[in-house]
Design a protein around this ligand. Structure first.
Ligand code: SF4
Ligand code: SF4
Length: 189
């Protein structure tokens, strides 16, 4: 993909460095992170290309990458970086920035995240069928993988009812509420 430095934004580099608390400038493009990334085969930009894009201040190029939404948050890239950059943390920061910038390149993944987190908020742990139903409603994908449900139910990979709530379910719900409150305050200020 041809890239242009005309739209380079040095502030973007500073913001990513500050929000992720990582030394972005120390990346010397060895490619170790990309070589070990288990999701790289579906990425449009490899993770080292994303790091380079951040160094060059290419905000749109980076925040519109589909790779951000296919990242598994496995931290292999962080472990392999010879400069001890927490690359997975940089990816997480970029996902937050893409949301704020309305640049989510794969909305279905974002809808899945939200559906999963909604079940954790209310039940204290994931509830698979609840996640599926919420995802179907949010995405309009009513029939995607629905044929797998009977097999998963038979093998007890899915339960019809939510799991027994953990002792700290109220505390988990409070964490979510506090986070939402802080987000609303940030949006209002
Ligand atoms: S955290 Fe994401 S970018 Fe890093 S190795 Fe895992 S999948 Fe790849
Ligand atoms: S492993 Fe570290 S230094 Fe090498 S390209 Fe990735 S982020 Fe840069």
């Amino acid at each position: 993909m041809a890239i242009s430095l005309d739209r380079s934004d040095p502030n973007f580099t500073k913001q990513v460095a500050a929000k992720s608390q990582q030394d972005i400038a120390s990346c010397y493009q060895c490619g170790n992170c990309s070589a070990g990334c288990p999701a790289g085969f579906v990425y449009d930009l490899q993770v080292s290309q994303i790091m380079r894009g951040v160094q060059l201040g290419l905000k749109d190029y980076v925040l519109k990458a589909r790779s951000l939404w296919f990242c598994l948050s496995c931290s292999t890239c962080s472990l392999r970086c010879p400069n001890e950059i927490d690359v997975a943390q940089v990816m997480e920061t970029l996902r937050h920035m893409a949301r704020e910038n309305n640049s989510v390149a794969v909305p279905a993944v974002e809808k899945f995240f939200k559906s999963f987190l909604a079940t954790v908020r209310y039940f204290g742990r994931s509830y698979e069928i609840g996640t599926m139903v919420l995802f179907m409603l949010r995405s309009g994908r009513f029939w995607t993988d629905v044929d797998l449900a009977p097999k998963a139910l038979l093998k007890r990979k899915l339960g019809l009812l939510p799991h027994q709530p953990p002792e700290g379910v109220k505390a988990v719900t409070r964490i979510f509420e506090r986070f939402i409150e802080q987000n609303n305050q940030r949006g209002a200020s």
